[in-house]
Design a protein around this ligand. Structure first.
Ligand SMILES: Cc1cc2nc3c(=O)[nH]c(=O)nc-3n(C[C@H](O)[C@H](O)[C@H](O)COP(=O)(O)OP(=O)(O)OC[C@H]3O[C@@H](n4cnc5c(N)ncnc54)[C@H](O)[C@@H]3O)c2cc1C
Length: 353
């Protein structure tokens, strides 16, 4: 039986483990953290990623998720600039991260072994296989070890890696009673979004321009429209992450018998809500290519050819949307909001026709 090691048990790593298991591989997942799991936040999952999860046999995503309505964009005073339902565009579903992670790991069968508390320090390969820390050996290794991937650094020591976006993100889950489906509000150098979860609570996120490493409170949203201050006040715990993406051009996602997957390969700013979705799609593609050939090196080359161009576009688009969303210049913001309003009306007209 072919064997694989997956480094990292985030959403990308666990989905890759399920995909490899479906190909008939024996999989060892190595995770640095003491326990498997995800942070207390929501996540938007777009239809292509939902389709991959279904294809991989992950059950229950539809039942555990909810589609937010109305969704669209508001001004800080609460006036809608554009609403997504008018546009007839496809929307993602919203799900709690931990729930999504649990649904994926629930598919682990006897072919998947998980070792937590395992911090991978070195990866070497030869013509026949891959060795981790002079300890474990396998036919293939999937590096799903996140934006600061040690495996990627070992493969491509010259690569510049993470690049600070200029903004930080706050996230929380609020237990509040609201009659508001959610959406995003764009201000000057700040953005706030929220969406209902299946259990009635609300997931929210807010971004603010600031230097990397600065800590703070999302007090900047205190004067924004209802229910934003209530959502912040109604959250027990607030997460803060400075937002980085990966330097372009991205490095190849395959080198011999080692594949990069998820944020290790293509970390992007969260402005399109596609990072984890792309990791899930990577896992689906990896499984498909491994099914087609007995030669893992050929399969990984095909995986890189499919996924690198697609995710490069997303890294670029996310970065551009991030720049627009975080614009601080008042004139630029007025022009931006006006263009969105006009564009929204045109799209709505087209959708109605
Ligand atoms: C504010 C914010 C909002 C977002 N919203 C969305 C959204 O709505 N939709 C969406 O699709 N994406 C979203 N994303 C992006 C998404 O969170 C990431 O793209 C996704 O979680 C990446 O998953 P991953 O498995 O590739 O990496 P990670 O989740 O980073 O997992 C990497 C794992 O590897 C482990 N690890 C690291 N190094 C080692 C080592 N040496 N040995 C062993 N284990 C190791 C880590 O402990 C970790 O568990 C958002 C991101 C942010 C910051």
């Amino acid at each position: 039986m072919s064997t694989a090691i997956v480094v990292g048990a985030g959403i990308g790593g666990v989905t890759a483990a399920v995909a490899l298991q479906r190909c008939g591989w024996q999989v060892t997942v190595l995770e640095r953290a003491a326990e498997l799991g995800e942070v207390g936040a929501g996540i938007s999952v777009w239809p292509p990623a939902v389709a991959v999860l279904e294809e991989l046999g992950v059950k229950g995503v539809a039942k555990a998720s909810v589609q937010s309505k109305p969704a669209g964009m508001r001004r800080p005073d609460g006036r809608w600039v554009v609403t997504a339902p008018d546009l007839g565009v496809e929307l993602p579903v919203m799900i709690h991260r931990a729930q999504l992670h649990d649904l994926i790991t629930a598919e682990f069968g006897p072919a998947v072994t998980v070792r937590t508390g395992y911090d991978v320090r070195s990866v070497t390969q030869d013509a026949d296989g891959v060795t981790v820390d002079d300890d474990l050996r396998a036919d293939l290794l999937v590096a799903a070890d996140g934006i600061r991937s040690a495996v990627r650094t070992a493969l491509y020591p010259q690569y510049a890696g993470p690049r600070y976006s200029g903004f930080t993100a706050y996230r929380g889950i609020a237990d509040v009673d609201l009659d508001d489906g959610g959406g995003e509000t764009w201000g000057r150098g700040q953005l706030f979004g929220f969406a209902r979860l299946i259990d009635g609570r609300f997931y929210w996120y807010g971004t603010a321009n600031q230097p990397a490493g600065a800590t703070g409170e999302p007090a900047v949203f205190g004067s924004w429209h209802d229910p934003i201050p209530r959502l912040i006040a109604g959250s027990e715990k607030i997460l803060q992450n400075d937002i980085y993406d990966l330097t372009l051009p991205l490095v190849p996602f395959a080198r011999g018998r080692v594949a990069l997957l998820g944020d290790a390969a293509h970390a992007m700013t969260p402005n399109l809500g596609r990072g984890a979705c792309s990791a899930i799609e990577d896992a689906g593609a990896l499984g498909r290519h491994l099914m087609r050939t007995d030669d893992p090196v050929r399969a990984l080359t095909a995986y890189d050819a499919e996924r690198r161009p697609a995710t490069t576009k997303l890294v670029k688009r996310s970065r551009s949307v991030g720049r627009l969303a975080q614009a601080g210049n008042p004139v630029l913001c007025t022009v931006r909001d006006g263009l969105f309003a006009v564009g929204g009306k045109l799209m709505a007209l087209r959708a109605r026709r």
